[in-house]
Design a binder for this molecule. Structure first.
Ligand SMILES: [Zn+2]
Ligand SMILES: [Zn+2]
Length: 120
């Protein structure tokens, strides 16, 4: 009996799926990173559908936030050498090759000099 009921509901659903686009149900997905099962909620599915995202989320919330935190959430200080005074310094961005990078002090000096001399 159980099997019959299941196939029946599947048929019904596929028949009405054309117009029930907005109807979503919570789904259980498995995290590809830690293997934990997590809920892909109806709201999230709606959001994905709204944004036209084709891919379902692959990671649970914990793994997702962990990845985001490690990749760009925190401070990224890059060690570099000041083009002005040659001292080692850290900058909160990735220095572009060929572009001069200044330490805090030299940067401030240059800024003040530009403001003072480059004015009208
Ligand atoms: Zn996970
Ligand atoms: Zn410097």
């Amino acid at each position: 009996m159980g099997g019959q009921a299941g196939s029946l509901s599947a048929t019904t659903r596929s028949r009405i799926s054309g117009w029930v686009m907005a109807e979503f149900q919570d789904r259980i997905l498995k995290c590809s990173e830690c293997g934990t099962e997590f809920v892909f909620t109806a709201g999230e599915q709606h959001f994905f559908h709204d944004k036209n995202f084709k891919n379902e989320p692959k990671r649970c919330k914990a793994c997702k936030s962990r990845r985001q935190g490690s990749s760009g959430g925190g401070k990224t200080e890059t060690m570099t050498v000041c083009s002005q005074c040659g001292r080692e310094t850290t900058v909160p961005f990735k220095p572009t090759q060929g572009r001069p990078v200044y330490c805090r002090e030299c940067f401030l000096v240059r800024k003040t000099a530009a403001a003072a001399g480059g004015g009208r």
